[in-house]
Design a protein around this ligand. Sequence first.
Ligand code: NAD
Ligand code: MG
Length: 402
Amino acid sequence: MTKQRVAVLGSTGSIGVNTLDVLARHPDRFEVYALTAASRVDEMLAQCARFAPRYATMADPVACRMLADRIKAEGLSTQVLSGDEALCQIAAHEEVDVVMAAIVGAAGLAPCLAAARAGKRLLLANKEAIVVGGALFMDAVREGGALLLPIDSEHSAIFQCLPEDRATWSQRVDHILLTSSGGPFRERDPATFSAVTPEQAVAHPNFAMGRKISVDSATMMNKALEVIEAKWLFDLAPEQVRVLVHPQQIVHSMVVCRDNSVLAQLGTPDMRVPIAYGLSFPERIESGAAALDFARLAAGLSFQAPDHARYPGLALAWETLRAPAGSTAVLNAANEVAVAAFLDRRIRFDQIHAVNFSVLDGITPGLSATAPPAALQDLLALDAQARAVAEQCVRRLSLQAA
Ligand code: NAD
Ligand code: MG
């Protein structure tokens, strides 16, 4: 078998490290061809020493130079690429077969589009890219002949419940149920949300994840982004995507068919399962995840409707999907700024929602829902505009607090 050459974008993050763990289990099937990260040079150097990728790059120019120096000093064979274009060059490189998109935030959109247009097997963890890219993203996948496979555990679950022939999906599916852990504050009194610290918010009950997605899980903005992601991945109407709180995170999501038969995918909560499935689809390979022991699920499995008063941002998913195209990009940008401001202790936890609502109120994208999808430049301009308005809002809120 010829080895699949894999580029891991965001290799030093939680998904990136889990991806390298799965790849290391299958050296006969996969070759780590390129690695990219933002600024953590020590981690990247260690990964280059271990996996000997052909290429590596860092988004931060200082970190990138430092990496190049240290790779040279250690006599490693990896070539360090620099400059704004390096990420997209790697994502579209003719020798790359598989791209793992595991960058966090809208920063991952351009390389995702490059990989899609180059017809790669594109493993999508970077949900913000599809939330911002929307129709443009899906068109790039279609036109490039890429194979887009979901890595988000809920979307991988839905994908695993559906037949391989996409043409039959719309006829079969009535709606889908995305499950959510409810996050660390599922039972905390919402009156105390103003006192939540960044440390409390990033301590997720079941997974060790990056800081941004951890805060998103606590606000349930993560689920809002996932509703939007599901709409695009599975070509659903907004009302066909529903959310269910399921604290044990054993049922990773469900498909409710036209005949009311329900299909579910279960397993221990471990991101290596969806990663391994994305890498091996339609085959199955060892992932490293523990088997699910039904005899030990003594506490049982519980499900409940989400409490919208506890998670006021969740409804914004359906609202922005029904609003003019580009509204989901505005929501994503506002949320990225708000989460960063909360982690920097500039605004309170409950004010993340205030920023998101205020930015959506302030910007109505001029992109028409019926016109052809906006170009990348239009979306990036909208993203920048929303970030600027969100920053003003953050400044206002932090001045009020001072
Ligand atoms: P993380 O913060 O742990 O890692 C992010 C990675 O992206 C790092 O390697 C970082 O260096 C890189 N990066 C960050 N900003 C960048 C930029 N501007 N340019 C280039 N590279 C940049 O995040 P994570 O938890 O691994 O999540 C990655 C993506 O996967 C997110 O979109 C997240 O929503 C999604 N996801 C994560 C999980 C999980 O369990 N961690 C589950 C489902 C989906
Ligand atoms: Mg998820």
